[in-house]
Design a protein. Structure first.
Length: 388
């Protein structure tokens, strides 16, 4: 394929949905044109909120995209989940500007996925190299401090490292479906003590008269969102923050991506008391947001984790990613899973310091994941080792 010069988009609307989506291969919802467009149209990821779209596209001679990258100019580090505030502080202490910076990520979404999008008929290695060079050249030409690629797939991380970026390690907790025929079959893999605890948590919710409705986008009308959105928003308010996503965003997604948006709505009788918001991929479930209208024993574990696991078993999804952090997920069947990010730092002095920091941090993350893995609830063979 003959390549043209890379071009930068001021909005995802500057490329049609079919062309952008033709570059996606993993069945994940978060880089779909519809998702990115909803972020812009709702006003959630726009220059006013510190997210200026600069999506990168490489086209062939006929104007068809052969490569792309989600890209934003950022005026802060909020909504990223890979924390570089200490880097920004170090810049400030030396009288340098860390912001704006360049970011390749899905806003407010700490989910691993493709970041270097390449058409199946294009040369993956060559196109990836062009995308990386274009981002670095842009960062340099605009005198930006850095370019960050968050939660790339392992193969993308390798290509970014080959382009000179610094890799950074992190740990999340994911659930994996080992062909379970039922939730009870899943629990049968637990030790007796952990199995008893999980059953007790579920029983307490049921004894409270709490039932669940499973809704997909086509089942969600405006009145439903008006009733459950305050649960989501309250989770942020209680921590002193404004919600990242507004009501319009969810209504837009329910209309444009109905099959990939799923709610678990908890209720007592006809009264809705809590909601967990999920996204459904080709082979994985992604738990993203939660909120409740009161304090109900074990409801968070049931709504966000056990209900999601049951959904995966029923739909034969292979993986459940419930979000960042949270060692409390481990006793419920989630296991440590290593993630990465990649970073270009323009100033060679800071680049050297950050590269050294990332190497030391990675060793600490590896030790942490191995230590947490000793507390997973599953039966073990005597010689079983951590597989990451």
């Amino acid at each position: 394929m003959t390549q043209r010069c890379p071009r930068f988009l001021d909005s995802i609307a500057q490329i049609d949905a079919a062309s952008w989506n033709s570059l996606l291969r993993d069945g994940q919802p978060f880089l779909r044109h519809e998702f990115l467009l909803a972020l812009e149209e709702s006003g959630c990821a726009v220059p006013r909120t510190g997210w200026t779209p600069r999506h990168l596209v490489i086209e062939d001679g006929g104007g068809r995209p052969i490569g792309a990258m989600p890209l934003f100019r950022k005026g802060h580090s909020r909504g990223e989940f890979v924390f570089d505030f200490s880097w920004a502080n170090a810049y400030a202490e030396h009288g340098l500007k860390y912001y704006p910076k360049l970011l390749s990520a899905v806003p407010f979404t700490p989910v691993r996925g493709a970041r270097l999008l390449v058409h199946p008929k294009a040369d993956v290695k060559a196109t990836s190299a062009i995308l990386a060079k274009a981002a670095i050249d842009y960062a340099r030409s605009e005198r930006l401090s850095s370019w960050h690629v968050l939660f790339p797939t392992d193969d993308s991380a390798e290509r970014l490292e080959s382009a000179g970026l610094i890799l950074r390690r992190d740990c999340q907790f994911h659930w994996y479906n080992h062909g379970y025929e039922s939730f009870d079959a899943f629990l049968a893999t637990f030790t007796a003590e952990k199995r008893k605890k999980a059953k007790r948590e579920r029983r307490r919710v049921a004894e409270g008269g709490i039932e669940f409705d499973t809704l997909h986008g086509g089942d969600m009308n405006s009145a439903l969102w008006d009733s459950v959105y305050p649960f989501y928003a309250d989770t942020f308010y209680r921590h002193g923050h404004e919600p990242y996503l507004n009501l319009d965003f969810f209504k837009l997604l329910a209309a444009s991506m109905p099959d990939q948006l799923m709610l678990k709505v908890a209720r007592i009788g006809s009264e809705r008391i809590a909601v967990a918001i999920f996204f459904v991929g080709a082979d994985a479930l992604y738990g993203r947001y939660w909120g409740a209208g009161g304090n109900y024993h074990s409801l968070h574990f049931e709504t966000c984790y056990y209900q999601g696991i049951e959904y995966c078993i029923d739909k034969k999804l292979q993986r459940f990613e419930p979000g960042t952090q949270g060692e409390h997920k481990v006793p419920r069947g989630f296991v440590p899973t290593l993630m990465s990010s990649a970073h270009f730092v323009a100033d060679p002095r800071f680049a050297a310091a950050i590269r050294d920091f990332a190497a030391r941090e990675a060793r600490g993350v590896d030790r942490y994941a191995a230590a947490v893995n000793e507390h997973v609830p599953y039966h073990r063979a005597p010689d079983e080792e951590l597989q990451l």
